[in-house]
Design a protein. Structure first.
Length: 101
C-alpha cells in the first residue's frame, strides 16, 4: 500500500516534529513571546472565547510563562482587524502545486 500506517509516536512527539525543525528553547525571547501569544490566541479561538489582551495574558500566566506586555495587545489587535479564521488560513501552508517537469 502507498499509505503508511498511523504513527505510534506520542501525540506530543508528533506535534513537535510536525510543528518546527527548531526547539522552542532555541528561539529568541521575542520569538518565544510571539509563539506563546499565537498559541494563546489559538486556544481562546478554539474555546470560542474572546481573544483579548487580558485573556491571552491570563492564559499565558496560567501556563507558567511570561511575555512582554505589548505582545498580547498586538496579537489581539491583529486578530480583531484581520480575523482569526483568516489568519489560520494564511498560516496553513496550503500553497499551490509544484511545476511539471
Amino acid at each position: 500500500s502507498r499509505f503508511s500506517p498511523p504513527s505510534r509516536a506520542s501525540p506530543a512527539s508528533r506535534l513537535t516534529s510536525a510543528m518546527a525543525n527548531v526547539p522552542a528553547s532555541a528561539l529568541s525571547k521575542e520569538q518565544q513571546d510571539e509563539l506563546l501569544c499565537t498559541y494563546a490566541a489559538l486556544i481562546l479561538h478554539d474555546d470560542g472565547a474572546e481573544i483579548s489582551p487580558q485573556a491571552m495574558t491570563n492564559l499565558i500566566k496560567a501556563a507558567g510563562c511570561t511575555v512582554e506586555g505589548y505582545w498580547p495587545m498586538l496579537m489581539a489587535k491583529m486578530v480583531g482587524n484581520v480575523g482569526m479564521d483568516t489568519l489560520i488560513k494564511m498560516g496553513s501552508g496550503a500553497g499551490g502545486g509544484g511545476g511539471g517537469g
